[in-house]
Structure formats: C-alpha cells, structure tokens
Design a protein around this ligand. Structure first.
Ligand code: SF4
Ligand code: SF4
Length: 470
C-alpha cells in the first residue's frame, strides 16, 4: 500500500512481480534501444571502472581508497585519517542524506535508474550474461516452459558459473578496499587458511551477490530497499518522474485502417503495443500511473519513442516530466521544499569541505604528566609534560620541536627531531626547570612543532606551575 505523490488517499498496490497468492512472477525484460539506454550503459561502464580503479590507482603513495579498519587507518584520495577523524563522517553522512533528499525532490529516482549499484551491476554485468546464454526475451520465455534437457542444463550451468565469477570479482574488489589490492593478491596467493576472516567475508559477500543478482533481482528494489518505499514522502507533483501522457495517449488502441473516404474514429497516440510493459525490469505498466515499483530506468521511454517513430507520431508519450507537467500544468522547479533541502545540503557539504580543508596533516598535543603538577628540588621547580605526535601525512615526515620560555629555563627534550612513518605516533617527554626564586610563579611558555612534509607549524601554549600559585 502506498500514496503516490499528489494523491490524497492511500491506494492498494499489487506488486507486479508477485502474484496474488504471494508466489514470484519471473520477469524477462525485453531488450531495448534508444538514447537513454545508450547513455545509461556509458554511465554503468564509467561507474564500474571507478569501482575497480579505487583500490588500484594510487594517490599520494596510497590507494585512492583503502579502509584499513583493523589498524584504524583510512586513506581517501590522498588524505590520511585515523580514528580521531571519525567525527568528519558525521558531515559526510549528513551531506549524503541531504543530497539524497534534494536530488529526489528535484529529479525523482534518478539514483535508482542511473547510479544505484543494484542497477549498475544488474544491467551492466548480469543481464548481458543472461542475454548471451539465454538469448532475447522471446527465447527466454519459450525455454522457461520447456522440460530440462542436457543442453539446457549445460547452458544454465555455464550462465550461473559466469554469475558466480562476476560475483567473486565484485566481492574481491570490495575486499581490496579494506585490505588494499596488494594485500588481496597476497591473501589469495597464501590461501584461505592464512586469512580465514577475510576469506569468510569474501565468500559471504559473493554468496549474497550471487543470490541477489541471479535470482532476487528487482525484489530488492520493490520489497527490501527503504529508499524506494520513501519516495512518496520525498517527492511532490513537481518532482521529475517518468510518466505516461494520458491526455495524449488515450483512448489507446491499435491503429485503424480506413477505406478511402471514411473517417477514422478519434484515437489517442498509444497503439497499445505493450512494448513499454515488456521492457520494464519490474514488470509494471507505466500507463496505470506512477507506481512505487518504477525505478525510473527510462527503458519504457526508449521503447515508446521507438514505437512513436515507427507510427509517425511525436516522441515523448512516455517521458521524463512531473505529475504537473503530465497534467498540462506548469512545473515549478523552485519551491519551498527544494530550497530547504538545498540549503541543508549546501550547509552539510560546506561543513564537510571546511573540516577537510582546515585539517592539519599531523596531531601534536601537549599533556601534563599525571600526578604532582610540579616538583621542587635543589632550589629549582620542574614541570613535566608529554608531547603526543601523530603523522597523518601520506608518507614519512620529520617533526622539529622547539620550546620558547619567557623566563630563563632549562628545557630538556630527549628528541627535538622525530621521524615518523605515515600514521605512526610517538610520545616525547618534555621537562622544563627554572630556579625557585625566578620561576615559582605561573607563566605561559610555547611549544612549537614543525612538520617537514607539509610545512605546517603548530604552536601550543602551556602553563608552567610553581609554588607561588597557578
Ligand atoms: S509503448 Fe507507447 S504506444 Fe506502446 S503501449 Fe506503451 S505507451 Fe502505448
Ligand atoms: S515503468 Fe519505465 S521507468 Fe519505470 S521501471 Fe518500468 S521501464 Fe523503468
């Protein structure tokens, strides 16, 4: 049950791929040609290439994406992060969330039809395999009703073997995001007994992918995916959807041949060929109005445009438009909902960008030794600190430490130069001692840490404490 945008009351929707008794109705979408499927295939190829390239291409000496969860080291497009940077994920999540709201209110389910991994892998990899082994829709439908022969079993075995190989490749590409491409090659070479956890994850993901793409398919979108269920909340009558122009298309019917001199009864542009239905990956008839099963894949647009070309009518009987546009009303792009979502998205993205731009590629924190704040001995007062350094540069660096005191003091830093590898940390003790008569009161001194890799300098002020107060 759902309420489509623009509807006031809920209506009962029967899923197109599930019979009334709850059993699954297999969907065999027909092949389609046209401008949108061509563009989508290019987008799928680019997205799959990016997915494969992320762990392979190096930026700043590390993979573009390497999420080393076990060591809490994260390399993202040349930036190096550790667990202390986790708060930035808050900005990332809010940016993604508000972007999804904004683009859904504006462009409808463009994500589902063009960029969702479910669509990209299904249409970009698994469907072509099915087409290669089982042929076009007509042959698939015909074969589905035939008894299992030796040849059919062999073909099905090869097809499912190809599904399994693609699932293995996708899951291993995902695993390499966490263990790096080099790490993955080593793990594969060493065998599963050396890395049983990684092997278990890879097999579990492979199994889930195989189940999903070989069998579950559109059910993930129409039954499981929460984003699809929330469409009616996020969209309104001005959101871009794929819709059928009822005014232009109805009354539908086959084209009538008339004898010369006779006048054909008035007919809409829809010739009721059902091409839009047979190409639909979720099996719906878009002429029944906007439905939650619609993934906005535009296959029905291409199919209908092809039909309109053949019958000599203008394209666009099924098209990208809004509910208002399809009803012949003006589509308002700028509306309060879109402005609000847009403002929230810009604020979240700005927060993310600022948190990344303002980031210093190292950490330096000066902490007072726990226990006594100062020590008086042999006519002197001593304060003890610890300088905690973390190198967040993608490569090695050297930290130079300098201490400036406003009063003459003996400063002891065992190491004024510290060389650290990427994401390595080190604690440097720091002792500052002044004669009792001169330094018994509190004063502020400065510790300066210079990072050779980035050229950044961090200055920290600390309070020297003595018996005179503080
Ligand atoms: S493809 Fe176009 S003409 Fe054919 S049934 Fe669908 S809407 Fe009508
Ligand atoms: S109705 Fe059209 S746009 Fe929607 S899922 Fe089916 S083919 Fe794709």
């Amino acid at each position: 049950m759902g309420t489509a945008p623009g509807q006031d009351s809920p209506r009962i929707e029967q899923l197109s791929s599930i019979r009334a008794d709850g059993s699954r109705l297999a969907i065999h979408p027909a092949d389609v040609r046209g401008r949108f499927i061509t563009r989508r295939r290019v987008v799928f190829a680019v997205l799959i290439a990016i997915y494969v390239a992320l762990p392979l291409v190096e930026v700043g000496g590390h993979p573009a994406v390497h999420l080393d969860v076990a060591a809490r080291r994260f390399y993202l497009f040349g930036g190096t992060y550790n667990a202390q940077d986790f708060w930035r994920v808050l900005f990332l999540l809010t940016s993604v969330g508000f972007s999804l709201l904004f683009f859904t209110a504006w462009l409808g389910r463009v994500w589902c039809g063009w960029a969702c991994p479910q669509t990209v892998f299904l249409e970009g990899a698994y469907r072509p395999i099915e087409r290669f082994f089982d042929g076009p829709r007509e042959r698939r439908l015909k074969v589905a009703g035939l008894p299992w022969t030796f040849a059919r079993v062999g073909r099905a075995g090869l097809k499912h073997g190809a599904y399994a190989v693609v699932s293995l490749l996708i899951s291993h590409a995902a695993l390499s995001l966490f263990v790096s491409a080099g790490g993955l090659v080593s793990m594969v070479a060493e065998g599963p007994t050396v890395s049983p956890v990684a092997f278990g994850w890879a097999m579990a993901v492979t199994g889930a992918l195989y189940f999903n793409f070989a069998w579950f398919r559109e059910q993930l979108c129409v039954v499981v995916c929460p984003y699809g269920r929330l469409q009616s909340v996020m969209q309104d009558r001005n959101s871009l959807i794929i819709g059928y122009d009822t005014k232009r298309g109805e009354p539908r019917g086959r084209m009538l041949k008339v004898k010369s001199g006779e006048v054909a009864p008035p007919r809409g542009d829809c010739v009721d060929c059902r091409r839009c239905v047979v190409v639909c990956p979720t099996g719906i008839d878009i002429r029944n109005g906007l439905q939650m099963d619609c993934l906005a894949c535009a296959q029905c647009v291409d199919a209908c445009d092809e039909v309109m070309d053949k019958v000599g009518r203008p394209r666009g009987l099924i098209r990208y438009d809004s509910l208002n546009g399809l009803a012949g009303e003006t589509r308002r792009v700028f509306r309060p909902r879109l402005v609000l979502y847009g403002a929230l998205m810009v604020a979240a993205v700005a927060g993310l960008v600022l948190s990344l731009v303002g980031r210093v590629p190292f950490e330096a924190n000066l902490l007072r030794f726990q226990g006594t704040p100062y020590l008086v001995e042999n006519g002197t007062v001593r304060n003890q600190f610890e300088l905690h350094l973390v190198n967040k540069n993608p490569g090695e660096t050297t930290f130079s430490i300098r201490v400036d005191s406003p009063v003459p003091a003996q400063v002891v830093v065992p190491q004024t130069e510290v060389r650290l590898a990427s994401l390595e940390s080190f604690r440097v003790p720091l002792f500052i001692t002044v004669p009792l008569d001169r330094g018994s009161g509190p004063f502020v001194f400065t510790v300066e840490v210079a990072d050779s890799a980035s050229g950044e300098v961090k200055r920290m002020e600390a309070r020297f404490l003595g018996p005179a107060g503080g």
